[in-house]
Unconditional design. Structure first.
Length: 376
């Protein structure tokens, strides 16, 4: 059965959370500013309240994002106590700064020092104005601190927990899908190998016996590496050569193999059984039906942090119509593409070029071991 694409839970975006926090703060600031505009007929008030509310929102997000998570290893009571202390200090300093700037902007006395300035027409003295500014500075500290701590534990931490669970579930599902893909490749590959051996049993029993020994080597390789997603290229080449010996016993001199591998590439880790389906397709579809001898070429080189693997043949090739849906025509290539997309992303899918009568070339560009992402 063909593996179905995973249904993943999109992680809750911190950017969206930041927009929510800043948007809420902006709405509160705009509300207070419009109220100030209605009561005092001053257009400076809405601007001051709006910018001040954004500043409080920014500090709230910074506490949630970078400060409070550092206290997570403590007990819940210790966390809350430290969060209260940090929030009180942060919001007190911020409130003094915001109100001081707002007082200067609105032309009212500063929070500290002797108030100066004329009385207005409704006999509000500079001292009353200064006390009013002090009240504005004190009022938001405790409510903002309480809402910050409550929303952090009820909203932000739950969001982080959901993100972690979604990531873990995605990793488990991806691992299960990769295992299913490998499970499809193994019997498909072994069935084709047994088919080749069956054709030799009555024609050349000695070659058939040698092929069975090669098949035993392949079985040992598959059993030893069954749980490993990545293997050294050198081991993958050894297993591929064992398969090619089975095919050479069947095709005799009609099958030639050329291998050109950089010595440094042999130590690179590649996905388990990534070469075999390419080699098998080249032999089965490109060379087996060709009249006369054919050549299979395997190359590997390191280039700018990438490992380039090439499997090519000078066989029958494919028309553009066949090449357009080549991944849908066989289990091996389809699963190979799905595995590479799961492990590396869509930028590392197989690149296939082919011309009728001119052969087929498949190229893989994989990150080198030091740049390889962790297996999903």
């Amino acid at each position: 059965m063909e593996p179905q694409p995973l249904v993943t839970i999109p992680p809750l975006s911190r950017n969206r959370m930041m927009l929510m926090v800043l948007g809420t703060g902006a709405a509160v600031g705009l509300h207070l500013g419009l109220l100030h505009l209605y009561m005092w007929r001053s257009f400076r008030g809405p601007v001051a309240f709006f910018l001040g509310a954004l500043a409080f929102s920014a500090v709230t997000y910074a506490l949630w994002r970078w400060v409070f998570p550092r206290m997570a290893r403590r007990s819940f009571a210790s966390q809350v106590a430290m969060q209260i202390a940090v929030s009180l200090v942060a919001y007190s300093v911020l409130s003094v700064l915001v109100v001081s700037v707002g007082a200067y902007f609105l032309g009212i006395p500063q929070l500290f020092g002797t108030p100066t300035g004329p009385d207005d027409v409704i006999t509000i003295t500079p001292t009353i104005r200064q006390n009013g500014a002090r009240v504005y500075a004190l009022l938001p500290i405790v409510p903002t601190m309480l809402s910050t701590i409550i929303c952090y534990h009820l909203v932000w931490r739950r969001m982080e927990t959901l993100q972690t669970r979604a990531r873990e579930l995605g990793e488990l599902a991806a691992t299960a899908q990769l295992a299913a893909l490998r499970a499809q490749i193994n019997p498909h590959f072994l069935f084709n190998s047994l088919n080749s051996i069956a054709q030799l049993i009555h024609v050349d029993p000695a070659k058939a016996e040698a092929c069975v020994e090669r098949l035993a080597e392949i079985f040992r390789y598959l059993l030893n590496r069954a749980e490993q997603e990545f293997v050294p290229l050198s081991e993958e080449l050894q297993m591929t050569n064992a398969y090619l010996e089975i095919e050479r016993a069947r095709f005799d001199e009609r099958l030639r193999v050329e291998t050109l591998v950089d010595p440094g590439a042999l130590r690179q880790l590649i996905p388990n059984l990534v070469l075999q389906p390419l080699v098998e397709n080249a032999v089965k579809h490109g060379l087996s039906r060709k009249v006369g001898p054919g050549t299979l070429r395997i190359a590997a080189r390191l280039d700018d942090g990438m490992l380039t693997l090439v499997v090519g043949d000078d066989g029958l090739g494919m028309s553009s119509a066949v090449l357009a849906d080549v991944f849908e025509r066989g289990v091996g290539l389809r699963n190979l593409r799905a595995r590479l997309e799961r492990l590396y992303g869509p930028a590392h899918l197989p690149e296939i070029t082919s011309t009728p009568g001119g052969g087929t070339r498949v190229e893989l560009k994989l990150p080198t071991t030091d740049r390889r992402p962790e297996a999903a």
